[in-house]
Design a protein around this ligand. Structure first.
Ligand code: HEM
Length: 120
């Protein structure tokens, strides 16, 4: 399988996610991901308790190893912000409006780092 899960495959192989796809195929439809009924009971229902200690999906890997659950994608192009998101640095509270905006936008914070040399 190509390293880019959500991008075109340019090699001559096939990829298999539920079905075999020819390499010219532009990847599996994104809305299939996370909706496999063999892994999720009532996959279309919002049931976050699936992930709690008593839930069936407790301990599922979010970093791209478990293909039935890929919130951050998988492979070489998976989300590089994963540690920020999991570390609680991303506030996903929604603001108001026709399109969704973050209620609290991310802010960059400069930090000095000792790299062992200086331009001074
Ligand atoms: C809950 C928070 C987040 C979720 C659910 C999320 C999810 C994703 C997903 C699904 C992808 C596509 C991966 C793929 O194509 O296989 C992605 C890509 C990406 N994400 Fe995130 N992300 C989150 C937060 C962040 C944050 C905080 C940053 C940066 C500060 C970030 C930066 C990126 C970038 C740069 C890419 C493109 C990577 C590439 O194309 O090589 N993400 N993210």
């Amino acid at each position: 399988m190509n390293g880019e899960l959500h991008s075109p495959n340019y090699d001559n192989s096939t990829i298999t996610i539920f079905f075999h796809f020819p390499s010219t195929f532009y990847g599996p439809p994104r809305n299939w991901i996370g909706r496999d009924p063999t892994h999720w009971e009532n996959p279309l229902e919002f049931r976050p308790e699936r992930f709690t200690a008593k839930g069936r999906s407790f301990g599922v890997d979010v970093k791209g190893k478990h293909y039935h659950f890929l919130p951050f994608g998988s492979g070489r192009r998976r989300c590089p912000g994963i540690s920020l998101a999991n570390g609680g640095a991303v506030d996903m509270t929604e603001g108001h409006g026709g399109s969704l905006h973050r209620a609290h936008p991310m802010r960059e914070r400069e930090r000095e780092r000792d790299v062992g040399w200086s331009h001074k």
